[in-house]
Design a protein around this ligand. Structure first.
Ligand SMILES: [Mn+2]
Length: 460
């Protein structure tokens, strides 16, 4: 009875046989070796952004010419197949499993005294993170950009808030973290109000990809848990945390590399151009606080830097929206829809969402579209509802459904005067031309150096 697949079921997912997930990134890469591209030939760091972004599956660079002793991996969650592997379930069970687990209470941590990330400990002047393989992500950027998970502890609640806000690497012990999330801003404000001049901050490189899915959660949670307290919940296993060397904080014991430091709560520095989630060079400049490093701990054997290449279509677009998809799945299910999938496609510039469902009666499609468009996030500028027979992995098939099944005069709803995304350079939907009122330079797309000119076959 237990394994029966009923047409209506309220049994808790996953339906697939439970097998514990790997605790760490290297375990994950080994378990999933069938889809990992291992690059063992020497590669210069400048080719890694283009080679990573050309890859549709996990890629591990084991021999980086300028950065001996370190490895780099990328593309862990770009597609549904990979996201399902991150949760250890089938592709079919992935979204409802994540949606279900996000409704569960936080599992918290298991505190341990030691762990693999403590095999090498560097403090003070010994710290030099320019030794790590941190690439420059695009043609117009001039500095290496760190895109790993970061943690700040809420001084009021003690919860561990996480994000993947990028940090510009400015020197051996300095950086400029971008802190794009409202929660990080709120937490910085709390530190200031408590009279602090600096905020403890850690960057965590190389964790199991399930950490990353949870780390990008954004929703109502700050009075109940931090994202890190929920990682064990979505992994269905305990998470081990070790104390930092120089901060009153704990960090994942199974990470590859941890960088500890303080963020200055006083002034901000101009950081120059960066690549936004829409793929354009926006914002053109931003004021960011200064980060000063105090310690770096890591594994002894060729620690892996997890890079999220930012452009063009990489993990960077789907990762911050995977929990959004699961939360929308929950809310659409509450309406009584048989939800097949919810997707922020990599090719939707992090502004567009596709809902796929069967519906029992008229009116439910518009309600579903309005629900998604009224979501708390700024990523639902354009929402498309499709039937279960459309292939969401194929942009052409979605376009085909729009072209053949939609009469815009009847089936399109335009909702004016909503917030919009600061990363969205357009002003109106539908007319997707560059407007004469705009500066065409604002629409230059970002690409890594050597884009389209490298072939992974030359490096294998
Ligand atoms: Mn948060």
């Amino acid at each position: 009875m237990k394994s029966a697949r009923l047409s209506v079921s309220h049994a808790a997912p996953p339906y697939t046989p439970a097998k514990p997930l790997d605790k760490d990134l290297r375990g994950y890469l080994q378990t999933n070796a069938d889809v990992v591209t291992r690059v063992t030939k020497p590669v210069s760091l400048e080719y890694i952004p283009a080679l990573s972004a050309h890859s549709e599956q996990p890629i591990l660079f084991e021999n980086i010419i300028e950065k001996p002793g370190f490895r780099l991996c990328d593309i862990l969650v770009k597609h549904r197949e990979l996201q399902a592997r991150a949760l250890g379930v089938t592709r079919e069970d992935y979204l409802r499993t994540l949606a279900y687990r996000l409704r569960r209470p936080p599992r918290g941590f298991v505190d341990v005294a030691d762990g693999p990330v403590k095999e090498v400990k560097l403090k003070g002047d010994q710290v030099d993170w320019t030794r790590l393989p941190i690439p420059i992500h695009s043609e117009q950027e001039t500095q290496p950009y760190v895109t790993a998970m970061n943690i700040v502890v809420d001084p009021e609640t003690g919860f561990h808030n996480t994000s993947h806000a990028g940090t510009i690497l400015t020197g051996p012990r300095s950086g400029l973290p971008s802190f794009v999330t409202p929660h990080t801003h709120a937490i910085m404000k709390k530190y200031r109000e408590l009279g602090h001049t600096r905020m403890p901050f850690v960057i965590v490189f190389g964790v199991h990809p399930a950490y990353e899915i949870m780390a990008n959660f954004s929703g109502l949670h700050m009075d109940m848990w931090g994202e890190l307290e929920m990682v064990g919940t979505i992994m269905d296993q305990d998470i081990e945390m070790v104390p930092c060397e120089t901060l009153e904080m704990r960090v994942p014991a199974q990470a590859e590399i941890v960088v500890e430091g303080h963020v200055d709560l006083g002034g901000m520095r101009d950081a120059g151009v960066s690549v936004g989630p829409t793929g354009y060079y926006l914002p053109k400049s931003s004021k960011l606080p200064e980060l000063t490093l105090t310690a770096m701990t890591m594994r002894a054997d060729r620690p892996i830097v997890r890079n999220h290449q930012t452009c063009p279509d990489t993990d960077h677009q789907p990762l911050p929206r995977l929990c959004h998809e699961a939360m929308l799945y929950n809310r659409l299910s509450e309406m009584g829809l048989a939800v097949r999938d919810v997707r922020f496609p990599t090719w939707g510039a992090a502004l567009s969402c596709i809902l796929q469902f069967d519906y029992p009666r008229e009116g439910m499609v518009n309600d579903a579209l309005m629900l998604a468009m009224g979501s708390p996030w700024l990523n639902t500028k354009m929402v498309v509802a499709v039937s279960p027979d459309t292939n969401l992995d194929d942009a052409a098939d979605v376009y085909y459904a729009i072209a053949t099944r939609c009469d815009p005069s009847r089936d399109m709803i335009i909702v004016p005067h909503t917030r919009g995304s600061p990363y969205d350079p357009s002003a109106r939907p539908i007319d997707a031309t560059i407007k004469s009122r705009h500066d065409p330079k604002d629409f230059i797309r970002s690409y890594p150096k050597h884009w389209g000119k490298v072939n992974i076959k030359d490096f294998l």
